[in-house]
Write a protein that binds this ligand. Structure first.
Ligand SMILES: *Cc1c(COP(=O)(O)O)cnc(C)c1O
Length: 375
């Protein structure tokens, strides 16, 4: 028997989450963000469920190639644009739209001859200071692009640094509005956090949501049922469903005395005589090594906790609550690390949070050695 670990990807949940994003988008078109191999899910695996989106946004030209090979003829947007001059021929060959965030990219475009071959999204740095033109460079960049023969439509784009937290997006939105004021072209602003928080909020307050929603929204994490804020409660409030589940089984049991140490470094000592289970999942599978004692985990439908240090291939769990619930809590008992299994649900953010990270990172870190089943 192969090692009893498995990830499942739920196409129904992906479809459901896409529908949630679409309803929050209130008519704006939806890019399904599938960078990082669809947040660790696999572009090929999610494609059948996400092909109802209006376009796909990603970074890797190889992933764009995959989507074309799968038969996607609609828009594809390169979120970081071209990395080198030669990428422009790939854009022409595959008809990829691309972000322009740096003068070098404009320079490359100036050398292309095919008339109106490039549809670009000009990116404003609205305060994050990662990619994009500053507000005072923006209009000059727009003018240069607009005049290039190889450039067709120029759209406007920005990315919020604090859509998921205070102080929110008001200041960045103001910078965007004044930078693009009077310029023609479509607009794209929202990641998941901005879409769910501000799109929905504007409608609840009966404000005009168009300013923030624009023509295209760019949800990523929401499609995969993770919380853009890191708080599992937000994923629940927005009625997102987990799309990735990580399942394994108990492969060993230790009945230990009070005071006995468990795991590397003896960081946990049994508080009483305890039944400890050994689950076949470790950091080499993508389970976070920094998950502390107390991190939630579900054994045979019963929520319990990780105890001691996570090792490469195993984690130890407290089986006492499982026994107390009348379950066998023995070799072969099913273990849910995150996601959904039968009647149990454990938010990926509930696991990420005590480890000091986000559901995003756990999804993306799912290891290649874990077999994946699409359901
Ligand atoms: C990753 C990314 C997104 C999606 O972000 P989520 O927080 O996952 O919704 C949107 N826009 C850009 C530019 C990105 O890089």
């Amino acid at each position: 028997m192969p090692r009893p670990i498995q990830a499942t990807i739920s196409l129904d949940s992906l479809r459901h989450n896409l529908a949630r994003a679409r309803s929050a988008a209130a008519g704006a078109r939806v890019w399904a963000v599938v960078k990082a191999n669809a947040y660790g899910h696999g572009v090929e695996r999610v494609f059948p469920a996400l092909r109802g989106a209006d376009g796909f946004a990603l970074l890797d030209l190889a992933e764009a190639e995959t989507l074309r090979a799968l038969g996607w003829g609609g828009p594809i947007l390169l979120l970081e644009g071209c990395f080198a001059l030669e990428d422009l021929s790939t854009c022409e060959r595959l008809n990829l739209w691309h972000v322009v965030h740096d003068p070098a990219q404009i320079h490359w475009l100036a050398s292309r001859r095919k008339p109106r071959a490039h549809r670009v999204f000009l990116k404003l740095n609205s305060g994050m200071n990662r990619l994009g033109f500053t507000p005072d460079q923006y209009r000059v960049a727009w003018q240069r692009l607009h005049e290039l023969p190889a450039v067709g439509a120029v759209s406007h784009m920005t990315h919020f640094a604090t859509a998921d937290a205070e102080p929110g997006i008001a200041e960045a939105l103001e910078r965007f509005e004044s930078a693009v004021d009077g310029l023609p072209g479509e607009r794209s602003l929202c990641n998941s956090a901005a879409l769910l928080r501000y799109g929905t909020q504007a409608r609840e307050r009966r404000e005009d949501p168009d300013a923030v929603l624009g023509d295209w929204v760019r949800p990523g994490i929401a499609l995969y049922g993770g919380s853009p804020t890191g708080a599992h409660a937000d994923a629940q409030r927005w009625e997102l469903r987990p799309t990735m589940s990580l399942l394994t089984r108990i492969i060993g049991v230790q009945n230990v005395e009070a005071g006995a140490a468990v795991g590397y470094g003896a960081t946990f000592r049994a508080e009483r005589p305890m039944r400890i289970g050994v689950a076949a999942v470790g950091y080499a599978d993508g389970y976070p090594r920094h998950a502390p004692t107390g991190t939630p985990i579900v054994v045979d439908g019963v929520r319990t906790r990780v105890v001691g240090r996570v090792s490469m291939d195993m984690v130890m769990v407290d089986l006492d609550p499982v026994r107390a619930a009348g379950r066998a809590a023995d070799i072969g008992s099913p273990v849910l690390c995150w996601g959904r299994h039968l009647d149990s649900e454990l938010g990926i953010d509930e696991v990420a949070e005590p480890s000091g990270t986000l559901g995003y990172e756990l999804m993306c870190a799912l290891a290649r050695r874990v077999p994946v089943q699409v359901v």
